[in-house]
Ligand binder design. Sequence first.
Ligand SMILES: [Zn+2]
Length: 94
Amino acid sequence: MSELDRVLELISGETEPEFIAEKLNTSVCHATNLCLKLVEKGKLRLKFKVICPGCREVCAEFENIIDIPDEVECRCGYKFMPMRENIKMVFVKV
Ligand SMILES: [Zn+2]
């Protein structure tokens, strides 16, 4: 079984690259690259979740990183500029 097939098997619901890395005993960077290859092949979809620094909840979700606005207002009332550390990538089976 190829590494990509193993990744695909591990994905259920919304899966973070950290989970794949742990299961494959590899780096998060390598796991992310494997997932991105599967996105290219049309097997997975990538979603970006914006995490509010105020309440730690997901306050918005985007399909494309370019769609993330410069400023986000969370339901808790916190307004912020989404930075790298506020954005979480998740992968979903197509
Ligand atoms: Zn919030």
